[in-house]
Design a protein around this ligand. Structure first.
Ligand code: AMP
Length: 548
């Protein structure tokens, strides 16, 4: 065998920030801060402070592969941690602050996080969990000394800016095996407890190259990117890595994601491209329409996480001249799988002819392979009609959940190749455009965030008057999906909707409590006694929720 004679350079996240400093040093990073003001600096400053933070982590005795958690909005300090933590060989564990405090503590314990960095907004969460997190040695408030809480019950509370100020910026990013874990994210987007997805330097860099491609997110040094998608949700779809790779200016929205705040930031910072879930764009469009506004610099926006409603796509394109890039992915896929960009032949079509293609979730990005299979595991035709379980494989697709939770998630094809079953059901047309038609996994996605139907059912079942409970997704105009609880009461038991919903208070986050309860005589069961959720979803497909 003849080996190629090219350099062996391990792919490393630190190379992104080194590159941005050297080649795009003056490109800006603008953040609306929790403190309320606008902060601006550039990639040179980001790199310098990331090096100071890397030294600070060493000072805190953070070792290779230690997990460092964050509970933070999109902002420059969070971005510094993206590079300081992963770049120095530790693992950045971004936690979703919208979860219930108990779930956050559970996740931090499961990941065995050693420090937790947080935005001040989340101080009440930290106070609630500090006594329950067994492995966390210190909590770092991401503010300067003047804004530190005067009194707090939090043990070993550290000030972020003190850490930076007390450390030198002389730091050489270490080299290590590119398969070293770089960051992690828990998802409840599968059945059962939340599971950790552990990314590597290699998977992250390959995903970053792919995400920047013209038929993916199409980003360059001429773009100004505003990620609305949170940095705690699959690394803001990779944008904090893509921006330094291509040298784009990046604008971080902080905690205010309402239409007015976003619009003002888009205009003030001349944003050309953004990314977020449909719910966010609804708020933005409502504000723009109500005030008769226009986008002066916005060219395109990536919409994903849930299906983009066709009317939203058309409004953006026809009324505001903003191109919608419908994309699909998963936490388990880093997240990008497909993006809906057109082919040359579509360019000669009228909008009405090409829209049906644009409504789809799109074509795979090179690096990801996909197939759809029937119940027998056999391939289904790519005819745009046959639908089946969507399987994927690729170098940024999960092989196994952290600590092997849930067993081996992969399936094998006839040639012995392994595939990850996405839990989505889809068609693929002859041009390779994939369209999600259903979901086989048992979860509800409300405004881009997961609600585990199993958690909801377990709580419902703990009520003494409940004989059987099934939680399914019901359509909602704002949140896309909201949980509907279908319940069989115990014989002769009295139970009202209000009593059952009150039973959820304090057990899950408020937004995870079902919107409504439908009392039924029976729930359809399969041969093995399993609830037939698909049948139930069909039965309730036109159900009108009280707020809908
Ligand atoms: P997450 O891991 O939270 O990113 O969620 C991934 C899941 O969200 C996918 O498996 C789909 O069920 C759903 N999803 C993501 N993007 C889309 C989309 N564009 N259209 C429909 N569903 C989507």
């Amino acid at each position: 065998m003849l080996h190629g004679l090219m350099m062996q350079m391990p792919l490393a996240i630190s190379s992104l920030i080194r590159h941005a400093d050297r080649h795009h040093g003056d490109a800006e990073i603008v953040s609306r801060r929790v403190e309320g003001d606008i902060h601006r600096y550039n990639y040179r400053d980001l790199h310098r402070r990331a090096r100071q933070m890397a030294n600070a982590l060493k000072g805190l005795d953070v070792k290779l592969s230690d997990r460092i958690a964050t509970l933070a909005w999109n902002g420059y300090r969070h971005m510094e941690l993206y590079f300081a933590v992963s770049g120095s060989g530790a693992v950045l564990h971004t936690i979703n602050p919208r979860l219930h405090a108990e779930q956050i503590a559970w996740i931090a314990n499961h990941a065995e996080d050693s420090y937790l960095f947080f935005d001040l907004t989340f101080l009440p969460i930290i106070e609630a969990i500090a006594g329950h997190c067994r492995t966390i040695k210190g909590y770092v408030a991401m503010v300067d000394r003047a804004k530190m809480p005067a009194q707090s019950k939090v043990p070993n509370l550290i000030c972020y800016e003190d850490l930076i100020d007390s450390h030198s910026d002389r730091y050489d990013w270490p080299e290590f095996d590119e398969n070293l874990a770089s960051s992690m994210c828990y998802t409840s987007g599968t059945t059962g407890s939340p599971k950790g997805v552990l990314y590597s330097h290699r998977s992250t860099i390959l995903h970053t190259y792919a995400a920047a491609l013209p038929d993916a997110l199409n980003l360059s040094a001429r773009d100004v990117i505003l990620p609305v998608v949170p940095m705690f949700h699959v690394n803001a779809w990779g944008l904090p890595y893509v921006a330094p790779m291509v040298g784009a200016k990046i604008v971080m929205p902080g905690p205010n994601l309402d239409g007015k705040s976003l619009y003002e930031l888009f205009e003030a910072e001349k944003v050309t491209c953004s990314a977020g879930v449909p719910t966010v764009w609804q708020g933005l469009l409502a504000h723009v329409e109500a005030n008769n506004l226009r986008f002066s610099t916005m060219k395109r926006t990536v919409i994903g996480g849930s299906a983009c409603p066709p009317a939203m796509l058309r409004t953006f394109e026809e009324k505001y001249g903003v191109q919608v890039l419908h994309a699909w992915g998963m936490t388990e896929m880093s997240p990008l799988g497909t993006a809906c960009t057109l082919k040359e032949k579509h360019m000669h079509m009228s909008p009405e002819q090409r829209y049906p293609t644009q409504y789809k979730q799109g074509r795979v990005i090179y690096g990801v392979d996909m197939r759809i299979v029937g119940d027998d595991g056999g391939d289904l035709p790519w005819d745009g009609k046959a639908f089946g379980d969507l399987l994927v494989r690729g170098p940024w697709v999960l092989r196994q959940y952290y600590k092997g939770e849930g067993g081996d998630p992969l399936v094998k094809d006839a040639e012995g190749r392994t595939w990850f079953p996405t839990g989505d059901v889809s068609t693929i047309d002859p041009d390779g455009y994939m369209q999600i038609t259903d979901r086989s996994k048992d979860v509800i996605k409300s405004g881009g965030e997961w609600i585990s139907s199993i958690d909801i059912e377990n709580i419902a079942m703990s009520h003494p008057a409940v004989a059987m409970a099934a939680c399914i997704a019901a359509k909602h105009p704002k949140w896309d999906e909201r949980p509907l609880l279908v319940v069989v009461r115990k014989p002769n038991a009295e139970l009202t909707r209000e009593q059952l919903l009150a039973h959820f208070e304090g057990k899950v986050a408020k937004w995870q409590i079902p919107d409504d309860v439908a009392f039924v005589e029976s729930i359809p069961l399969g041969a093995t006694g399993k609830m037939l959720k698909a049948k139930l979803r069909e039965q309730f497909k036109d159900y009108k929720l009280p707020t809908a």
